[in-house]
Design a protein around this ligand. Structure first.
Ligand code: Q9C
Ligand code: ZN
Length: 654
């Protein structure tokens, strides 16, 4: 089991044969750049190679009309002039004599990937394909897209594998209107798309790309549009969209399969998107999606036109698919005003259809502050995202060269050996650490604590912690005896802080003692019992604060009556790998159930957590606790915001 990479070099054949400034960016070098980078980073060698095949015409017919398929088949024998004339019938499309072959290979590649994931041959995978697919419609090519690769894959998963719930996440910067039209009345496919919109002034200029389009008939609530009304959206904006819109709805939907329309024109440097999200962001988005569908993810290339940015973003996506830690997100974790307006609007539009949004702070923005007048472009002001975007692109190659500064630790996970966990069935890659820190060091740290005088676990804990802090080990789990638990925790915290005051630890004490004083840095929340309550606590409170804090290490202590069920513990551990680049240390009491230790090890190692089970709406008390904490804390922790604040209203303050 592993990660599949599906590809075929023939997909480099299709290319533009005449002058067209709009279409020239969709070039064969895109695939070469992505593949070259994967090889250079040693990632390609770690994937399972699945070769693409040509899809059959029956498979194309799952979505496209026979007349349209025949028309594209006919392009194989056309001359350049005829190809150009036919291309002009569509918006932003070019045909090449190899287009039909490439298009069938692109669809076939995605079908091979879906089959590999759904038969359990692999956990997940990526299909690197051309031409892209998400703009293509039943009887029309559009926006460089000929056949709708992802839509055909979803239909195939329903028909051939009997799936009932499929999530499509379209993180390409253009609206995949083709996918939207194909599934608009279908409640078995939840389609989420964010896209550059600028109040309708960006291609493809459709009113149905706005947040108030939610699907038709039985499919109402299964189309989710998040329009970006300004350029310059970055890591904090994308993360907020996932935490406050996509993940609550997707967890409630509980998909059996996740398809990603993985366009990387939403990344920094891209000439189409003009956004600012850095390559690591796509690793984090992928990691977050791994909590759904038991990790069954098929990522499929769509757009992405800045070759270097595309290549790095593809690498980060594959790293996450492989279960590697992803480098921490850079930049201020503050979503901009315009992004919050969009998030607020889509939450308001979707609230009637989703329990996870109901009885929460959802009301639409009444007058949008970012509305451009009569479509006239606003001249940028200093500090506006548009200015920032230009400044950032200048330093882009420098930024992209920084990747080597985040080496992956040689050991992904280590656990300290104790009597209780010897029964654990561990992956051979999890290190059972037997080492201890030197006696003098252990004694020095133990001195202030009576309970640690005879405690041999402390030496092992310190050794493990030092390994994590040195970058030798990524994550770890240590056992402690009940009487020494509090002191061990204290030593761990002091040890990290001894490295310098600028070090930050996020410490989660599950069912610990109530905080004496609750503050901006000391938050206490009752542990919700329902699946819905637990999910909104994780996505709506823990993760926004954790990502906003940008810790160097996450410390999770599970007390004796931690109250977490195993799937909940797994979900928590899995998502806590995000904020500190995978550096998580779990402290567990010796007499905890081995099953709990087992799920924590698996999740910290990077395996997808199991599903939480059927969605049960949060209790009123849990909703109120979350809303009240959000209200108290969002001035300091801006990632908690789910709406634009009126006091900061004005032009895009990002
Ligand atoms: N400057 C994909 O990314 N041109 N297609 C828009 C606005 C068409 C994008 C012009 C862009 C098509 C798959
Ligand atoms: Zn695109």
């Amino acid at each position: 089991m592993g990660t599949a990479l599906v590809y075929h070099e023939d997909m480099m054949a299709t290319r533009l044969l005449w002058d067209d400034s709009e279409c020239k960016i969709e070039c064969p070098e895109r695939l070469a750049a992505a593949l070259g980078s994967l090889r250079q980073c040693g990632l390609e060698q770690r994937c399972l190679h699945v070769t693409a095949r040509e899809a059959s015409e029956a498979e194309l017919g799952l979505v496209h009309s026979p007349e349209y398929v025949a028309l594209v088949r006919g392009t194989q024998t056309l001359g350049t002039e005829e190809l150009q004339a036919l291309s002009r019938q569509y918006d932003a499309v070019y045909f090449h004599p190899s287009t039909f072959h490439c298009g069938r290979l692109a669809v076939g590649a995605v079908l091979q990937l879906v089959d590999a994931v759904l038969t359990g041959a692999v956990h997940n995978g990526l299909a690197l394909v051309r031409p892209p697919g998400h703009h293509s419609q039943r009887a029309a090519a559009n926006g460089f897209c000929v056949f709708n690769n992802v839509a055909i894959a979803a239909e195939h998963a329903k028909r051939k594998h009997g799936l009932h719930r499929i999530l499509i996440v379209d993180w390409d910067i253009h609206h995949g209107q083709g996918i939207q039209y194909i599934f608009e009345d279908d409640p078995s496919v939840l389609y989420f798309s964010w896209h550059r919109y600028e109040h309708g002034h960006f291609w493809p200029f459709l009113p149905e790309s706005d947040a108030d389009t939610v699907g038709q008939g039985q499919g109402r609530g299964f189309t989710v549009n998040l329009p970006w009304n300004q350029v310059g959206m970055g890591n904090a904006d994308y993360l907020a969209a996932f935490l406050h819109v996509l993940l609550p709805l997707a967890s409630e939907f509980d998909p059996e399969l996740v398809l990603i329309s993985a366009g990387f024109d939403s990344a920094i440097g891209d000439p189409e998107g003009q956004m600012q999200a850095t390559p690591e962001c796509f690793g984090h988005l992928t990691q977050l999606l791994q909590v759904l569908a038991g990790g069954r993810i098929c990522a499929v290339l769509e757009g992405g036109y800045h070759l270097e940015s595309l290549a790095q973003s593809v690498c980060m996506t594959v790293r996450a698919l492989l279960g590697d830690p992803v480098p921490v997100l850079s930049g201020p974790m503050v979503p901009c005003h315009s992004a919050l307006e969009s998030i607020q609007n889509v939450r308001a539009a979707q609230a009637p259809h989703w329990k996870s949004l109901r009885q929460q702070d959802v009301a639409p923005v009444l007058s949008t502050s970012t509305h451009s007048t009569e479509g006239k472009p606003l001249s940028p002001l200093p500090g506006d995202p548009i200015c920032k975007a230009e400044a950032e692109v200048a330093s882009l190659s420098f930024l992209l060269d920084q990747q080597h500064l985040h080496p992956t630790p040689p050991v992904r996970m280590a656990i300290t050996l104790t009597a209780a966990d010897t029964t654990l069935a561990l992956s051979p890659h999890v290190l059972r650490q037997e080492g201890s820190s030197p006696k003098w060091e252990t004694e020095a740290w133990a001195r202030p604590h009576e309970s640690l005088a005879q405690d041999e676990a402390l030496g092992k804990l310190l050794y493990l912690l030092n390994g994590i802090l040195d970058g030798q080990v990524n994550s770890g789990m240590a056992a402690t005896s009940a009487p020494a638990a509090a002191a061990n925790l204290d030593v761990a915290i002091q040890r990290v802080l001894s490295l310098g005051a600028q070090r930050r630890i996020l410490w989660l004490n599950i069912r610990g003692k109530e905080a004496a004083t609750v503050s901006m840095f000391h938050v206490s929340m009752p542990l919700p019992e329902t699946t819905g309550g637990f999910q909104s606590c994780i996505f709506g409170l823990v993760l926004p604060m954790a990502y906003g804090f940008q810790p160097d290490l996450v410390l999770v202590a599970l007390g004796p009556d931690h109250g977490l069920q195993e799937p909940q513990a797994a979900l928590l551990a899995a998502v806590l790998r995000g904020p500190a680049g995978g550096r998580v240390l779990a402290l567990l009491e010796e007499k905890s159930a081995p099953e709990l230790a087992q799920v924590l090890v698996r999740a910290l190692y990077g395996e997808a957590p199991p599903s939480l089970g059927p969605f049960l709406a949060a209790s009123l008390e849990d909703r109120q606790a979350l809303m009240s904490l959000r209200a108290q804390l969002q001035s300091r922790w801006e990632m908690l915001r789910v709406a634009a604040s009126e006091s900061t209203e004005g032009r895009g303050d990002s």
